[in-house]
Design a protein around this ligand. Structure first.
Ligand code: GRG
Length: 295
C-alpha cells in the first residue's frame, strides 16, 4: 500500500466510528442531526483523526480502541470548518466540493451544527474512560484538545486572522495565525493519541515537534494550492485568500520562497520524529505527501 492508500484505509475506519458516534439523521430534532452528518460526511481527508491513530501505532498500540478519539478530532475539525465558512467569517459557498452547511441548512442551523459537533467532541473524549482508558489520560486529552480549540489555539488564530484582513502583516504575525489556526489541532491530534497510548516525555516531545512543523508546512502548501491548485480537486474556488484580502506565505515571501519554506518545515517535521524509528512510517509518509499534495 502506498501512503495515500494507507490514509484511505484509516479514513474508512474513522468514518465508521463517526457514524457510530453521531446521532442518527432521523433522531428528533432531525434537522440538526442531518446538518451535522451533512458536513461530517461531505468528504475530508481525515488527516487529524489518522494522526491520532498513528501516534498510538508509533507506541505499539492498536488502532481500534483509539477510533472514538480519532472521530472526536474530526468532529472538532469539522466544527471549525462550518464556522469558518459562515457569512460572518470567510463567507464561503463551497467546502469539500459541496455547498457549505449554512448554504444548505441556513445560518442558524449551521451555527448550531458547529456547536453540536464541538460539544459532542468532548462528550466522546470523556466517554473514553468507559472504554477502559485511564481517567488521568482522558482528562489530559480533554484539556489538550480544549486548549487547542480555545483562545490559545484555533480561536486565537482566527481572531488575529480576522484582525489582519486587508492589512500588511509581518512574517511573525503570519506564523502566529497559522501556528494557532492550523498547527494547534494537528499537534493536539498527535498528542491525544500519544497520551492515550501512554507516551513518555521523549515520544510526546517528538509528536509535538512534528505536529507543529507539519501544521505550518500544511498551511503553506494550502496557501500555495489556493493560488496554483485545481478547484475540482480542492473542492473550493481558487484565490479565496486574495478575495478575502488575506496575507499568505506566497503573498509575503513569493511562491518560490514559500515552497522552500514548506520544504524546510517538512524537514523539521521529519527530524522531530527521527527518534521514533520505523514505527513512524505513516507520519514520515504524511510529511512527504505535503510537498506533492493536490487537495
Ligand atoms: C471557532 C468560529 C470559529 C471558527 C474556527 C480556526 C477556524 C475558525 C477555522 C479554521 C479553519 C481553517 C480553514 C483552518 C485552516 C486549516 C485548514 C487548511 C483546514 C482544512 O483542512 P483539510 O484540508 O480539510 O485537512 P479536510 O476537508 O480534508 O478535512
Amino acid at each position: 500500500m502506498n501512503w495515500e492508500q494507507e490514509l484511505s484505509a484509516r479514513a474508512e475506519m474513522i468514518n465508521q466510528a463517526l457514524d457510530l458516534c453521531l446521532p442518527d439523521a432521523g433522531r428528533h430534532p432531525a434537522l440538526i442531526h442531518q446538518a451535522m452528518r451533512y458536513s461530517i460526511f461531505a468528504g475530508g481527508k481525515r488527516l487529524r483523526g489518522a494522526f491520532t491513530l498513528a501516534a498510538a501505532e508509533v507506541l505499539g498500540q492498536p488502532r481500534e480502541p483509539m477510533l472514538p478519539a480519532a472521530a472526536a478530532l474530526e468532529m472538532i475539525h469539522t466544527y471549525s470548518l462550518i464556522h469558518d465558512d459562515l457569512p460572518a467569517m470567510d463567507d464561503d459557498d463551497l467546502r469539500r466540493g459541496k455547498p457549505t452547511c449554512h448554504k444548505v441548512f441556513g445560518e442558524a442551523i449551521a451555527i448550531l451544527a458547529g456547536d453540536a459537533l464541538l460539544t459532542l467532541t468532548f462528550e466522546t473524549l470523556s466517554r473514553l474512560q468507559e472504554a477502559g482508558f485511564a481517567p488521568l489520560s482522558v482528562i489530559r486529552v480533554v484539556a489538550e484538545v480544549a486548549a487547542a480549540a480555545g483562545t490559545s489555539g484555533l480561536i486565537g488564530g482566527q481572531v488575529v486572522d480576522l484582525e489582519s484582513e486587508g492589512r500588511v502583516i509581518d512574517p511573525d504575525q503570519l506564523d502566529y495565525i497559522h501556528l494557532h489556526k492550523t498547527a494547534a489541532l494537528f499537534r493536539a491530534a498527535l498528542r491525544a493519541g500519544g497520551l492515550l497510548a501512554g507516551a513518555d516525555d521523549r515520544a510526546l516531545q517528538a509528536l509535538t515537534g512534528y505536529g507543529t512543523s507539519f501544521g505550518l508546512a500544511f498551511q503553506i502548501t494550502d496557501d500555495i494550492l489556493d493560488l496554483t491548485g485545481d478547484e475540482t480537486l480542492l473542492g473550493k474556488p481558487l484565490n479565496s485568500d486574495l478575495a478575502n484580502q488575506k496575507a499568505t506565505y506566497p503573498s509575503i515571501y513569493g511562491l518560490e520562497q514559500a515552497r522552500r519554506h514548506a520544504e524546510a518545515q517538512v524537514n523539521n517535521a521529519l527530524h522531530s520524529i527521527a527518534c521514533l524509528g520505523d514505527a513512524a512510517t505513516f507520519l514520515i509518509g504524511a510529511a512527504r505527501y505535503l510537498l506533492n499534495r493536490q487537495s
